[in-house]
Design a protein around this ligand. Structure first.
Ligand SMILES: Nc1nc2c(c(=O)[nH]1)N[C@H]1C(S)=C(S)[C@@H](COP(=O)(O)OP(=O)(O)OC[C@H]3O[C@@H](n4cnc5c(=O)[nH]c(N)nc54)[C@H](O)[C@@H]3O)O[C@H]1N2
Ligand SMILES: Nc1nc2c(c(=O)[nH]1)N[C@H]1C(S)=C(S)[C@@H](COP(=O)(O)OP(=O)(O)OC[C@H]3O[C@@H](n4cnc5c(=O)[nH]c(N)nc54)[C@H](O)[C@@H]3O)O[C@H]1N2
Ligand code: SF4
Ligand SMILES: [Mo]
Length: 766
C-alpha cells in the first residue's frame, strides 16, 4: 500500500491569481495528468486503469456523462477523467485507528478537500447513539442495525433514500425496487439539483426528457449553440466533438456570462497541431449574456424568426413539420409578437446587433443543435427557458433529423441511466404497474420527496431516517445552515460511499458508513466477475467492468450492499430473489428488460459491441409521446430578475480541479486561480462603481425575500471579464447563500445560479 502523510487542512494562505487562459485542453492538460496518476496510483495500477478507461471491454469513466465516440482512440480520456480515476483507484486506505482518533465533531470542522484526501473507506463503520465516534463493525451487524431502525419507523415515508448519479443501472434498479418494496417513493437524487428542469420542460413539450441528438449528429450540424455550459472543465471530450464539427463546417456560438476557455479555443492533445500550435478557434460568436437572461434571448430569436417568415411568407418556418407534428404555433406567435425589446435588452445585457447576428446564423442553418447544462437549469425560470429552446428549434423543424435537436448535456456519468431504472420520486404509473406485474407486490403510488423536500421533511421532523447510495447531499444541497441541522436531526443516517465527505459528519443519532467498490475495481461474485451498465447523455447504454484489484477485501459492491440491505429489512420469503441479484447481475438485467421502457432483451443487447442506443421517438421517428401526441410550442411569460441598486447577481460554478463536492486539487487553471477557492469573480466596471478593488476581501450577503442574513465570508475579489452585474464563486461553498425555498418553478431545483447579493468589506484579510 502507498503510504502518504495525512495532509494538513487547507487554507487560502497561498492563493494566487493570474490572467485566465484563452484555450483549453492542450499540452498543459496532458503534462498535468499522467505524472500525477503515475505518482499516486503506482505505475502498474495507473497503466491498467488509464488503458481500460472508456474502452469497450474496460470501465466507463465515472466522471461526466459525455459519450464515447464510435471510433475509440488508445487514450480515450481527458484530464478530468484521469483525475477522477486517480482519486478513486489510488490505493490509499483509511486505517481502523482513524475512527478513534477523529471524532465526528472534528470531521465537521474539516473541508471536503481534507476528508477526500484521507483515502478509501475500507470497512463498515458505526456511530452508536450518544457517541461522537464511528467504530468498525461487521457487515452483519451493520445491516441488522439498519433493519431494526427502518422497521421501527411509524411509516416507510419517514425514511428518505437518496441516490447520486455514479450508481450503475444494476445497483439503481435494485435500490429503487428495495425502496418501493419497503413502501415509499422517497427517492430523491442528484438530478433534482441538476437537470430536473430539463426533464420537466422537454417531457412536457416533446415527450422525452433526454437529448434528441446522437454523438454523430455533432459533426453533421450547421450550427451548434452552447448555452450555460462550461465543457472545457465539465465535459472536456465534448471539445473534440466540437472541433470535429467545426472542421466539418459547423458554426459554434457560446452564450455565457463568462468567457470560458474551452468555449473560445481548443488545443486537441490528440492532434499534433493541438500540442504545439494555436489550436482551433471554436466559437464564431460569443454572447456575453447576463445571468438568467437566456429566456429573453431565446424569445428574441424566435421573434426574429417569425418576423423573417412574415417578410417572406412560406419560406422560413418548416410548415410541413409544424402542421404534421406540432401544436400551439398561433398562440406562441401572437405572444412573441408582443415581446418588449427593452425588456430583452435589460434581461440579456446584449446589443440588438448581437441578437440579430445570432438570428441570421440560425436562419442560415438547416441543422441546429442547442446544448445546455447548469447555466440554464438552476434558475427560477429554468423550465420555461428550456421550453423556449424547444420553441425555437420546432419553428424550423430542428428535431428528429440528422445534425439537429435539443441536447441537454448531463453531469454525473450515470445520472440519466439511474432515472431510466426508476430512481425518481414520481415515476409514472406505467412503471409502477410494470413492477407490480414483474414482482407481484404493489408499490406505493403517492409521489415521494425530492431532494429539497427531503431536507424540509428532515428539518420538520417528518423524515427520521436518511439513506444515501453515493453522493454528498449536505454539501450539494442549498442552504447549508438549514441542511446541516436537518440531517443531524435524523434518528439514523446511512451512507454507501467510496470516500469520506461532509455528509458523513452531519449525521443523526445513529450512523453508518458502508464502503463500496468503485467503477475501476474488479467486482467478483459467486457466478464470477461481474460487469455493470450505464447510460450516457445521448442515451447510449454500455457495459462497464473494473480492472484493478479492490482497495479492500471488506468493501462490497453497491449491488451486494443493496441486496443484503433488502434481505435484512424485508426478511425471508420476500417475492424478490435478492440473493440471486447479488450472485449474478444478469438476474437483475432480466428484470430491467421487463420493467424499464426501451430495455427489452437487455442482457443480449448490452453484450453487443459498444452496447446499444435507447429508442427516442422524437429523435428516431419524429413521434412525440406528449399528452396530445404532438410537439408543443408553449407560451411562457417573461420575467426578468430586478437587481436592486448596488446589488449583484451571483452564480456558483465548478473549478477545474473539483468534481461537484469532491476536491482533486485547489487550482482553477483556466480561470487563473491557484491554490485556493475563496474567490469572487467581479466585472472591473462593477468594482469601480461599487468602490471595491481587485485583491480586496469581502463578505457576500445574500438578500433573500425571507429576510434571513446568509453570508459567505472572506472572499478575495478577482477582477474578471464576467458580464456586468453578474458575479461568480465556487460551488459547494456558495450553498450557504441559497435559501432552501429558492427553487426553479415546477422542477424544484435550487436556483443556485441567480442569487441577489450585496458585498461588504471584510474586516480582516483572510
Ligand atoms: N471537472 C468537472 N466536471 C464535471 C463536474 C464537476 O464538478 N467538475 N460536474 C458534473 C456535473 S454533476 C454537472 S451537472 C456538469 C455541470 O456542467 P456545467 O453546467 O458546465 O458546470 P458549471 O460549473 O455549473 O457551469 C455553468 C456554466 O454556465 C454558465 N452560466 C451560469 N448561469 C448562466 C446563465 O444564466 N446563462 C448562461 N447562458 N450561462 C450561465 C456559467 O458561467 C458556466 O460556464 O458537469 C459535470 N462534469
Ligand atoms: N450551489 C450549487 N449547488 C449545486 C450545484 C451547483 O452548480 N451550484 N450543482 C448541483 C449538481 S448539478 C449536482 S449533480 C449535485 C451533486 O451532488 P452529489 O451527487 O450528491 O455530490 P458528489 O459530490 O458528486 O458526491 C461525491 C461523493 O460520492 C461518493 N462516491 C464517489 N464515487 C462513488 C461510487 O462509485 N459509489 C458510491 N456509492 N459513492 C461514490 C463519494 O463518497 C463522494 O464523496 O450538486 C448540486 N449542487
Ligand atoms: S469527457 Fe467526461 S466521461 Fe469523458 S473522460 Fe473526460 S471526464 Fe470522463
Ligand atoms: Mo449535476
Amino acid at each position: 500500500m502507498v503510504k502518504k502523510p495525512i495532509i494538513q487542512d487547507v487554507t487560502d494562505a497561498e492563493l494566487s491569481v493570474v490572467p485566465p487562459l484563452r484555450s483549453a485542453a492542450g499540452l498543459p492538460s496532458l503534462t498535468e495528468t499522467i505524472p500525477k496518476a503515475l505518482g499516486r496510483m503506482g505505475a502498474a495500477r495507473a497503466a491498467v486503469t488509464l488503458a481500460n478507461m472508456n474502452q469497450r471491454d474496460g470501465f466507463d469513466c465515472m466522471s461526466c456523462a459525455w459519450p464515447d465516440p464510435p471510433d475509440r482512440k488508445v487514450a480515450e480520456f481527458c484530464e478530468n477523467g484521469a483525475k477522477a480515476v486517480t482519486w478513486e483507484a489510488e490505493p490509499l486506505r483509511i486505517e481502523s485507528s482513524f475512527w478513534a482518533q477523529h471524532p465526528v465533531s472534528e470531521l465537521r470542522e474539516r473541508t471536503e478537500y481534507w476528508l477526500g484526501q484521507q483515502g478509501r473507506i475500507v470497512e463498515p463503520v458505526y456511530k452508536p447513539a450518544g457517541s461522537d465516534h464511528y467504530r468498525p463493525v461487521t457487515w452483519d451487524d451493520a445491516f441488522a442495525i439498519i433493519a431494526r431502525e427502518l422497521k421501527a419507523l411509524e411509516s416507510p415515508n419517514e425514511a428518505t433514500f437518496y441516490t447520486s448519479g455514479r450508481t450503475s443501472n444494476e445497483a439503481a434498479f435494485a435500490y429503487q425496487l428495495f425502496v418501493r418494496a419497503f413502501g415509499t417513493n422517497n427517492l430523491p437524487d442528484c438530478s433534482n439539483m441538476c437537470h430536473e428542469s430539463t426533464g420537466a420542460a422537454m417531457g412536457e413539450t416533446i415527450g422525452v426528457g433526454k437529448s434528441a441528438v446522437s454523438y454523430t449528429d455533432f459533426a453533421k450540424a450547421d450550427l451548434i449553440i452552447i448555452m450555460g455550459q462550461n465543457p472545457g472543465t465539465c465535459h472536456p471530450r465534448m471539445l473534440t466533438a466540437l472541433e470535429e464539427a467545426k472542421l466539418a463546417g459547423a458554426q459554434i456560438v457560446a452564450v455565457n456570462p463568462l468567457p470560458e476557455a474551452g468555449l473560445i479555443n481548443f488545443k486537441n492533445p490528440q492532434r499534433p497541431r493541438g500540442l504545439v500550435g494555436h489550436g482551433t478557434d471554436l466559437a464564431d460568436q460569443f454572447l456575453q449574456i447576463r445571468l438568467a437572461g437566456d429566456m429573453a434571448l431565446l424569445q428574441a430569436l424566435s421573434k426574429r424568426v417569425l418576423a423573417a417568415e412574415a417578410a417572406s411568407p412560406g419560406t422560413v418556418l418548416d410548415h410541413p413539420f409544424l402542421r404534421e407534428h406540432c401544436e400551439g404555433l398561433d398562440a406562441f406567435a401572437a405572444h412573441i409578437a408582443a415581446l418588449d425589446d427593452d425588456e430583452v435588452r435589460a434581461a440579456t445585457g446584449l446589443a440588438d446587433a448581437e441578437i440579430d447576428e445570432l438570428a441570421r446564423r440560425y436562419l442560415a442553418a438547416d441543422r441546429v443543435i442547442i446544448t445546455w447544462a447548469m447555466g440554464l437549469t438552476q434558475h427560477k425560470k429554468a423550465v420555461p427557458t428550456i421550453k423556449e429552446i424547444v420553441n425555437l428549434l420546432l419553428l424550423r423543424g430542428n428535431i428528429g433529423k440528422p445534425g439537429a435537436g435539443p441536447s441537454p448535456i448531463r453531469g454525473h456519468s450515470n445520472v440519466q441511466g439511474d432515472r431510466t431504472m426508476g430512481i425518481w420520486e414520481k415515476m409514472p404509473p406505467s412503471f409502477l404497474d410494470a413492477i407490480q406485474r414483474e414482482f407481484g407486490f404493489d408499490p406505493p403510488r403517492e409521489p415521494g420527496f425530492d431532494a429539497v423536500q427531503s431536507i424540509q421533511a428532515l428539518r420538520d421532523g417528518k423524515v427520521k431516517a436518511f439513506v444515501a447510495l453515493g453522493g454528498n447531499l449536505v454539501s450539494a444541497i442549498s442552504d447549508t445552515a438549514v441542511a446541516e441541522p436537518a440531517l443531524m436531526g435524523a434518528r439514523l443516517s446511512v451512507s454507501i460511499s467510496t470516500k469520506l465527505n461532509r455528509t458523513h459528519a452531519f449525521v443523526g443519532e445513529e450512523a453508518l458508513i458502508l464502503p463500496t467498490l468503485g467503477r475501476t475495481e474488479i467486482d467478483r461474485q459467486e457466478s464470477g466477475p461481474q460487469f455493470v451498465s450505464v447510460e450516457d447523455t445521448v442515451c447510449a447504454v454500455h457495459p462497464s467492468a473494473g480492472r484493478v484489484e479492490p482497495v479492500s477485501d471488506r468493501a462490497l459492491s453497491e449491488v451486494a450492499i443493496v441486496s443484503r440491505l433488502a434481505r435484512a429489512v424485508l426478511g425471508p420469503g420476500h417475492p424478490v430473489d435478492w440473493a440471486g441479484f447479488e450472485h449474478d447481475y444478469d438476474a437483475i438485467r432480466e428484470h430491467i428488460a421487463h420493467v424499464c421502457p426501451g430495455c427489452e432483451d437487455y442482457n443480449v443487447r448490452i453484450r453487443q459491441p459498444g452496447g446499444f442506443v435507447l429508442a427516442h421517438p422524437p429523435r428516431d421517428e419524429r413521434r412525440f409521446p406528449t399528452s396530445s401526441g404532438r410537439a408543443k410550442l408553449t407560451v411562457n411569460e417573461l420575467e426578468t430578475i430586478r437587481v436592486p441598486e448596488g446589488r449583484l447577481l451571483l452564480q456558483s460554478v465548478r473549478s477545474h480541479d473539483q468534481f461537484n463536492t469532491t476536491m482533486y486539487g485547489l487550482n482553477d487553471r483556466y480561470r487563473g486561480i491557484h491554490k485556493g477557492r475563496h474567490v469572487l469573480f467581479v466585472n472591473p466596471e462593477d468594482l469601480a462603481e461599487l468602490g471595491f478593488g481587485d485583491g480586496e476581501h469581502v463578505d457576500v450577503h445574500s438578500e433573500a425575500a425571507d429576510g434571513v442574513d446568509r453570508t459567505l465570508p472572506g472572499l478575495r475579489i478577482v477582477s474578471y471579464p464576467t458580464a456586468r452585474g453578474c458575479v461568480a464563486t465556487y460551488f459547494p461553498e456558495a450553498n450557504v447563500l441559497v435559501p432552501l425555498e429558492s427553487t426553479a418553478e415546477v422542477s424544484n431545483t435550487p436556483a443556485s445560479k441567480s442569487v441577489v447579493v450585496r458585498l461588504e468589506r471584510a474586516f480582516a484579510a483572510h
